[in-house]
Design a protein around this ligand. Structure first.
Ligand SMILES: [Zn+2]
Length: 125
């Protein structure tokens, strides 16, 4: 227990230390939708050592979406451009949220993106 707590705290500190770099990269806007509300780092791969490629600066709504909050197709369109990022936390993270929506444009957008084929396959099932 104590060990897990300690590891988690270290991780939070590591993420916090990357926060400035992240905010700069993001241009102080959500890296999925461009929103500005309550921007915080979001952890794409909690099982890995944190680095910039597995973190994205996200607004509150996008963090909710990442946690599985339901979204309508129109709202998801604002995430479409994120698929073109070369940063996994942005492209794959947004891809995972988008893939829950079964509309044809989502499948097309993921297929056209620059993600590798294995990831596309995983997302599109
Ligand atoms: Zn957002």
């Amino acid at each position: 227990m104590a060990k897990g707590y300690q590891a988690n705290r270290e991780r939070q500190e590591q993420i916090a230390s990357l926060g400035k770099t992240l905010a700069k990269r993001a241009g102080f806007a959500c890296e999925w939708c461009g929103g500005k509300e309550e921007l915080r780092p979001w952890d794409h791969r909690p099982e890995r050592e944190p680095d910039e490629s597995c973190l994205a600066l996200l607004c509150r709504r996008c963090r909710d979406l990442a946690d599985g909050a339901p979204a309508d197709a129109n709202e998801l369109r604002s995430l479409r451009n994120a698929l073109w990022s070369d940063i996994p936390a942005i492209a794959e993270g947004a891809g995972r949220v988008l893939a829950r929506c079964k509309e044809p444009w989502v499948r097309e957008a993921i297929e056209e993106s620059l993600m590798d084929d294995a990831m596309k396959k995983e997302l599109l099932g």
